[in-house]
Every structure is written in structure tokens, then in C-alpha cells.
Design a protein. Structure first.
Length: 216
């Protein structure tokens, strides 16, 4: 074989190697997408399920602590959201039923109780009253919370919008509905009075706090 022959062989080998490298780079680009560090959504105020592997359990939306959120809510913003309800609901005192029942004084009102309105069977069957929690759950997605309801409204996904709206509805009555006291859970743990510290409230400072300096 002359040198020309060898050149051809060397060229073929090099060409093949280049091709292999190129394919590896290209396929790496396609298949080595990095997995996200965290799943794409976090539900606030809800503890992650202690899942032993596998898909996370479906978690329900945490209910607001009404005693904390209502005094801070933006009632004016809630009133402007309520204009969306007015295509179907009258909000004024003694107002008429329209496509939906009149909503004056709805907070605390027994469900499906407004005189003269022909409620759906689903709404009548649900029972209970329109507490803050019930309004919050219903207004997120009426058809999902009470399947079969006649209220054809997609719902308000934003929890803040619902809180503001409910803060407004609370004033849309003769005297605003009472605000419950804030949850005690947020208050600092009490110092134990007896000999035994309660299991849920350790007497010592949490471990992530620096220990108080020792007196000398
Ligand atoms: C497209 C019309 C429509 C819109 C928009 C609408 N509703 Fe309704 N709503 C209805 C109907 C119809 C019912 C009766 C549902 C049934 O009987 O199942 C209803 C029922 C209700 C009830 C139950 C009342 C009761 O007396 O038990 C509440 C509370 C309510 N709506 C709040 C709202 C709020 C707040 C908004 C605005 C965010 C809103 N709705 C927007 C049509 C509507």
C-alpha cells in the first residue's frame, strides 16, 4: 500500500470518530434535560405529605385564618370584584332575585334560603350556612365544590381575591358579620405552669435559635 492508500484509511477512521462524537453531543442535548429541583408549585400553609416515594397526595387548599386576614383585607378591591357577580346577583338591601339569588346579607345565611329563588337540587341538598370558609371554598370553583349548581361562574382562583371579596360581602349587610379571633397557633408557646411541659410546646427555645448567653 502506498501512502495515498493510508491517508484514505486514516481519513475514514477520523471521519467515523467525528461522526460518533457529534451524535453523542447532539443526543446529550436532546435527552439530558435537567430535572427541576422542586416541583413547579407549592401550596402555602399546607404541609408536604410524608410520602414514602411516589406521587404526592392531593392536598386541599388551606383555609385562611379569618381573624387575621379579614381585618387586613382590601374591602374596596373586594367591592370591585363583586361587580362581576352583579351580572347575576343583586347586592343591595332588599334587592330582587336575578339569575342568582339576592346576596344582601349572604354571610352567615343558611344555604339556599333566600325567599322566592328556585335553587338547584344540588344547592338545596348541600345544607349548612354560608360561613367564611364555605364561601371561600365555593367561590374558588362553584361547580367543583357543589357539582350540579346552577351558578355558572368559573370561580376565582386567587385566594387573595376571594378574601377581599368575602371581606366586602361581610359588609354588605345591616351589621357586618363578626370576625372570629385569630388562631391561637400563631401565638408564642406559653411557659409551662406545672412540672411537666406539654409535649407540643417544649419549654426550651427552638433549636435554630442561639442559646441565651450564660450569666457569669
Ligand atoms: C352567571 C351568573 C352568576 C354569576 C356571575 C355569579 N353567580 Fe352566584 N349564583 C348564581 C346562581 C344561578 C345561583 C344559584 C345556584 C344554585 O341554586 O345552584 C348562585 C348562587 C350563589 C350563592 C348561594 C346563595 C344562597 O342563597 O345560597 C352565592 C353565595 C353566590 N352565588 C355568590 C356569588 C358571588 C360572590 C359571585 C361573584 C364572584 C357570583 N355568585 C357570581 C349565578 C351567578
Amino acid at each position: 500500500m502506498d501512502s495515498f492508500e493510508w491517508n484514505k484509511i486514516a481519513g475514514a477512521v477520523l471521519g467515523t470518530l467525528l461522526f460518533v462524537v457529534a451524535v453523542r453531543i447532539a443526543s446529550g442535548m436532546i435527552f439530558e434535560a435537567e430535572p427541576p429541583e422542586k416541583p413547579g408549585y407549592v401550596v402555602e400553609g399546607v404541609e408536604a405529605p410524608a410520602a414514602a416515594g411516589g406521587a404526592p397526595a392531593v392536598v386541599e387548599e388551606a383555609l385562611p385564618d379569618w381573624g387575621t386576614v379579614l381585618p387586613k383585607a382590601d374591602v374596596a378591591a373586594g367591592k370591585s370584584i363583586a361587580s362581576r357577580c352583579e351580572q347575576c346577583h343583586d347586592l343591595s338591601k332588599g334587592g330582587p332575585n336575578k339569575i342568582g339569588p339576592a346576596l344582601w346579607g349572604v354571610v352567615g345565611r343558611p344555604r339556599a334560603s333566600h325567599p322566592g329563588f328556585d335553587y338547584s337540587g344540588a344547592m338545596k341538598a348541600k345544607g349548612g350556612a354560608w360561613s367564611y370558609d364555605e364561601l371561600f371554598k365555593f367561590l374558588k370553583s362553584p361547580g367543583a365544590y357543589i357539582p350540579g349548581t346552577k351558578m355558572s361562574f368559573a370561580g376565582l382562583r386567587s385566594a387573595d381575591e376571594r378574601v377581599n371579596l368575602i371581606a366586602f360581602l361581610r359588609t354588605d349587610m345591616d351589621s357586618p358579620a363578626a370576625i372570629p379571633p385569630p388562631h391561637p397557633a400563631a401565638a408564642p408557646a406559653q411557659a409551662p405552669t406545672g412540672g411537666k411541659a406539654p409535649a407540643t410546646a417544649p419549654a426550651t427555645a427552638p433549636t435554630d435559635q442561639p442559646a441565651p448567653p450564660k450569666k457569669t
